[in-house]
Design a binder for this molecule. Structure first.
Ligand code: G6P
Length: 606
């Protein structure tokens, strides 16, 4: 979602701001802008709708001098993606960029309107600039004005302020949305995350909830929500350029799909030693856990749904699973002995974070599966288990999904062992299966060319069904999600057994059905559902293994043949064809693979 940068530098800042915004492009946006204060102390801004290239073009013809500046990529919430609604917003001497939502903005707008103040945008952010301007008019200095404004704001947000007449002053505030301060040599920076600041500095201070900072080139003074000065650690973050470049791949998504054998290998290296699981769960004892409540959004939710099958099957541990946006308002009661489990790649998803806050104090403990250790979800959990996917840039999640699955598989086996459902020998056998995973994932990536052929046939479809049964059902949902996210083809995932309860009415020769069906205990049942599709003139794309392909290939339109694999790891392996099918279909259609329209990588508003 929205990206924020701020620079108090020693060089012309406009190109630096644009370059930093480019590093935040992965978050998703539909307009962009920058504001600078030039050496004479004058505040000016430039904004453009669409991609950053439009802003760069504008700056070529209409440059923006100055060594202090703020920048923003906007993902529209309040008001269409127009130039007027693009950030930075300005009210007289105040300019501000904002991520998140000011929830009481209507009330603030009415209050300002009653004073005769006019609005030029439809955004909630404009009220922040106007309120601050009002405070300045009352005689406050910039710092007191910002403090007075922050006290009035409700919601979840990150803000960065710049002032006309102030060439060495910037304010940053965090409530709900993360914000990082970067320390340079005689220069200071602000960014939505450390990636934005990577070329300038690796010395980062993360603001904590409610913090605000007064920043000059000499450094940052940080205050907590009560206004008391606080010390926040300066961390050196590993953010080498190679991790955030395409490294010869056409898209980040292709790179991230290809990285899966390596990153899943890192999960295994960290948590499996020989025949044992080594995972610090901060005193959580699965033998005493009576129930899991898993909550997440999007692809992370499908990882949790897969895990439900594993925890229930291997550990005999009942699992409730919810999408966070429903869970947070459902006021679910918790049975004694419930462990809350939250899954989030970014660690900042607003709904997941709110659901976690609801759960704290009600469930016995809160455990999260996270990819960003400094994230809000990681910090607010009792125990945060890292999934080791590394930075994921493409909006459509791929390697984070397989790493979430691998981490969940290990957790489920640990739970099974701790609860006496798996003896040492069976645990060792399952861990051996898991150790085969990186090799099998590499093997599975070899289907790339075959999938390209299938994708060319899928490209013209308007609707696609995905079917899966048992632990492959969540994979059907994930396959459909991936396809709609990046190719914009309407797709639905169904449990194979549900076919007859509605979706079969859609079957015709123009609605292909992708059947995710490795040779498992439920294979014959899924084949029957596949026959029902073909009997109605439906075209089937069967994704299955060598064992099953011969048995069920008759009448099938297209087959994608996967390596044979032990049952536990099949859902992890079958993520690859689901991802590649979406990827190559998107390429065939010419859509924007890494930054699909309307989507955001880190969904920090509800
Ligand atoms: C967005 C992303 C998805 C992601 C979901 C949950 O919709 O586009 O790829 O699965 O958010 O994000 P999280 O960071 O909480 O895993």
């Amino acid at each position: 979602m929205c990206g924020i940068v701020g620079v108090l530098g020693n060089h012309e800042v406009a190109p630096i701001l644009v370059e930093s915004l480019r590093r935040l492009e992965y978050r998703g946006y539909d307009s962009a802008g920058i504001a600078t204060v030039n050496d004479a102390g004058q505040l000016h801004r430039r904004r453009a709708v669409g991609k950053l290239a439009n802003l760069s073009d504008l700056l070529v013809h209409d440059s923006l001098p100055g060594k202090s500046g703020i920048g923003h990529t906007r993902w529209a919430t309040h008001g269409a993606p127009t130039t007027d609604n693009a950030h930075p917003h300005r009210a007289g001497p105040v300019s501000v960029v904002h991520n998140g939502i000011i929830e009481n903005f209507r009330e603030l707008r009415e209050e300002l309107a009653a004073k005769g103040i006019k609005f030029v945008t439809e955004t909630d952010t404009e009220t922040v600039a106007l309120l601050t301007q009002q405070h300045l008019r009352q005689g406050m200095d910039p710092r007191t004005a910002v403090e007075a404004t922050l006290k009035r704001l409700e919601g979840a947000f990150a803000l960065c302020f710049l002032f006309d007449g102030e060439t060495d002053l910037m304010f940053a505030a965090r409530k709900g949305s993360p914000l990082a301060i970067g320390h340079g040599d005689g220069e200071m920076f602000v960014g939505s995350d450390a990636i934005a600041l990577a070329p300038m500095t690796d010395r980062i201070t993360y603001l904590e909830e409610g913090d605000y900072a007064v920043i000059t080139r000499a450094g940052a003074q940080i205050f907590d929500a009560a206004g008391a000065p606080v010390e926040r650690a300066v961390k050196t973050v590993q953010m080498d350029a190679a991790r955030i470049e395409k490294a010869g791949y056409k898209h980040f998504m292709a790179k991230e799909i290809a990285q899966q054998p390596t990153v899943v290998g890192e999960v295994l290296n960290d948590y499996v030693r020989g025949d044992k699981i080594v995972m610090d769960l901060g005193g959580i004892d699965f033998a005493k856990v009576e129930r899991l409540s898993i909550v997440a959004c999007g692809t992370a939710y499908y990882a949790g749904l897969t895990a439900k099958y594993w925890f229930e099957h291997y550990a005999r541990l009942p699992v409730d699973i919810d999408v966070a946006s429903e869970f947070r308002y459902r006021e679910a009661p918790f049975a004694p002995g419930t462990l809350g489990v939250f899954v989030s790649q970014s660690g900042e998803t607003a709904d997941t974070l709110a659901a976690l806050r609801y759960t704290k104090g009600k469930a016995d403990k809160v455990l999260s599966l996270i990819n960003v250790p400094e994230s809000s979800i990681a910090r607010e959990s009792d125990v945060a288990v890292e999934i080791h996917a590394g930075i994921e840039v493409s909006v459509a999640s791929t390697k984070a999904f397989t790493c979430q699955l691998a981490t969940f598989a290990i957790l489920a086996l640990k739970a099974a062992h701790d609860r006496g459902q798996l003896d040492d020998a069976s645990l060792a056998a399952h861990l051996a299966d898991l150790r085969a995973l990186p090799g099998l994932l590499s093997h599975a990536l070899a289907i790339d060319t075959a999938v390209q052929g299938v994708a060319r046939k899928l490209e013209s479809a308007r609707d696609v069904l995905f079917l899966g049964r048992g632990q492959m059902f969540p994979l059907a949902l994930e396959g459909a999600l991936k396809l709609k996210e990046i190719s914009y083809i309407h797709a639905e995932g169904y449990a194979s057994g549900e076919l007859k309860h509605g979706p079969i009415a859609l079957i015709d020769k123009d609605t292909p059905t992708v059947v995710m069906a490795p040779h498992d205990g439920l294979f014959d049942k899924t084949v029957s559902n596949m026959q029902e599709v073909m009997a109605r003139g439906g075209r089937v794309i069967l994704v299955s293994d060598v064992k099953a392909a011969d048995k069920a290939a008759e009448g099938v339109w297209q087959t994608i043949t996967m390596p044979d694999a032990p049952e536990l790891i099949q859902p992890i392996l079958y993520a690859v064809p689901a991802q590649l099918l979406a990827y190559h279909t998107a390429i065939a259609k010419g859509t924007d693979v890494d930054q699909p329209r309307n989507l955001a990588k880190s969904v920090t508003v509800e």
